[in-house]
Ligand binder design. Structure first.
Ligand SMILES: Cc1cc2nc3c(=O)[nH]c(=O)nc-3n(C[C@H](O)[C@H](O)[C@H](O)COP(=O)(O)OP(=O)(O)OC[C@H]3O[C@@H](n4cnc5c(N)ncnc54)[C@H](O)[C@@H]3O)c2cc1C
Length: 463
């Protein structure tokens, strides 16, 4: 890997002076706001940050980076800020929030910084929906480049499966249109390969005719964890593809942002999303509601655009450590191991959330166009999140996270999902997001489109 490249060793910022957006260096007014993302665990200190206002700014920034050999990172919301950007150039896309809906063609074209919330709000008046994940505060582009595991994944597949085309600027500063016919290799790499081959300026994808869904959470006091987890696991083996669900252990702090009566409690939750007939969804849900005494039940027919009500993800920035293991199955042994690691008998478990999402259904079907997603063989996805409030908590979270994933590894596929992988480690850790074949192909693409390895921050493939 080339040596760290600092701007004081490079030509000045003259070539960036034509940008419409701000160009800021450490210490300048606005720099801190420009670099800070949703996940406060990573403190970004790039040598320069560009607040891109559109495609031209991104082209100019990449041409400058390419001419000066400056490494480049890109950030929209910072939901994936699991690693520090500690030198080089950061392109901030938060100003690029344009969303255009074509209701006749049922497609949306969104700019690099659009959040799912922007897309859902624009699509809803047409009775249309898009495949957002559990938080509509996340960026549509960053999420989709990582495959995009939607709340309604079992019903409709990965968000990346619905992409028609991208506009992407490769590190040499060339703007390209990529779809199944033009630049097909880029199109393959951008769906599941994350930001390894270029900076996407916009993306066009299909929408679904779905004004309402049945969705919400059934919350049980944490002492019933085992009964609920066993009932949920059995239930997942009986379901039609369209029933999407997740089992979650929540150890919630007593803070005002969390509504009563959930505030400060330890809960086992089954969250569901069902796009079919609501009465049929309610009928299917009966075994879950009978699994143990229900404390809170928020399942109801809701506008699709109210998707955030289902998982109740945090809306305010916080320092978080996330991690995941893709699971083949939840055998009785796997359930026992899970309970030993994070169940009610581990009262000082420091993890805010431990979730098992039900995969399969449309998530297991081959993509319409071959892509770089490598999670189709997983039946479940295990995810853990801890909030890094103070140093002792951070150490305890690290230990609990490592211990959980190590213990569950025998039941895993050996891989992670890149969007939820968490802190990118060394090359072999990062490679766990793909099969060896897909990883090799991504490495070749990286050599083609980014031969100087400018896009080298975070979850990159190593050439
Ligand atoms: C509360 C919460 C809930 C989540 N739920 C889900 C979920 O249900 N399903 C799921 O799949 N994921 C989920 N995620 C993970 C999320 O999809 C990733 O963190 C994703 O990277 C977010 O994209 P972003 O642009 O918002 O984040 P950012 O941190 O701004 O970007 C993350 C990375 O995406 C890449 N990137 C972003 N924009 C571009 C661009 N224009 N061109 C090239 N690369 C780019 C870069 O590699 C960048 O480092 C969740 C995350 C959080 C915090």
């Amino acid at each position: 890997m080339p040596a760290t490249h600092h701007l004081h060793q490079t030509p000045d910022l003259f070539a960036l002076s034509d940008l419409r957006g701000p160009v800021l260096r450490p210490g300048e007014d606005g720099y801190a706001d420009e670099v800070t993302g949703f996940n406060l665990a990573a403190l970004h200190t790039p040598d320069v940050v560009v607040g891109a206002t559109g495609t031209d700014d991104i082209v100019a920034a990449l041409r400058w980076a390419s001419a000066t050999g400056t490494p480049v990172a890109v950030q929209a919301t910072g939901h994936g800020a699991n690693f520090p950007i500690d030198h080089g150039l950061l392109i901030n896309t938060t100003r690029m929030t344009d969303v255009r809906i074509d209701p006749d063609q049922r497609v949306a074209t969104v700019a690099a910084g659009a959040k799912w919330r922007h897309v859902l709000e624009a699509a809803a008046p047409h009775g249309l929906a898009a495949l957002s994940g559990t938080s509509t505060d996340a960026g549509a582009v960053g999420y989709t480049l990582g495959g995009g595991l939607p709340v309604l994944g079992r019903a409709y597949g990965y968000a990346a499966d619905l992409v028609r085309s991208f506009h992407v600027v490769t590190p040499d500063g060339t703007l390209r249109e990529s779809d199944p016919d033009q630049e097909p290799e880029l199109f393959w790499a951008l769906r599941g390969g994350k930001g390894n081959v270029g900076v996407v300026t916009s993306m066009t994808f299909e929408l679904l005719p779905l004004p309402t869904i049945l969705g919400g959470g059934v919350y049980f006091p944490g002492e019933h964890t085992e009964a609920v987890l066993r009932a949920w696991t059995d239930w997942t083996r009986t379901l039609p593809d369209e029933m999407c669900s997740a089992f979650t252990l929540l150890r919630l702090p007593p803070i005002p942002e969390i509504p009563e009566p959930l505030r400060g409690g330890f809960w086992a939750r089954v969250a569901i999303a069902w796009p079919g007939d609501p009465a049929e969804g309610e009928r299917l849900l009966a075994p879950i509601r009978a699994a143990a005494p229900v404390a809170v039940d928020t399942v109801e027919e809701m506008p699709y655009a109210a998707l955030d009500r289902i998982h109740l993800e945090p809306q305010d920035p916080l320092p978080a450590r996330e991690s995941c293991t893709l699971m083949r199955d939840l055998t009785p042994d796997a359930i026992r191991t899970f309970l030993d690691q994070v169940g009610p008998e581990v009262p000082d478990c420091p993890l805010l959330l431990v979730e098992i999402r039900h995969m399969g259904g449309a998530l297991a079907r081959p993509a319409r166009q071959d892509d770089a997603i490598c999670a189709r063989d997983a039946n479940y996805l295990l995810e853990a999140i801890g909030v890094l409030a103070a140093p002792p908590a951070a150490e305890a979270i690290e230990q609990a996270t490592t211990s959980l994933h190590r213990a569950m590894a025998p039941y895993g596929t050996g891989r992670t999902m890149i969007n939820i992988h968490g802190t990118p480690g060394n090359a072999s850790d990062r490679a766990r997001a793909w099969t060896p074949e897909v990883y090799d192909r991504l490495r070749q693409d990286k050599s083609t489109y980014d031969p100087s390895n400018l896009l080298r921050f975070g979850h990159t493939v190593t050439t």
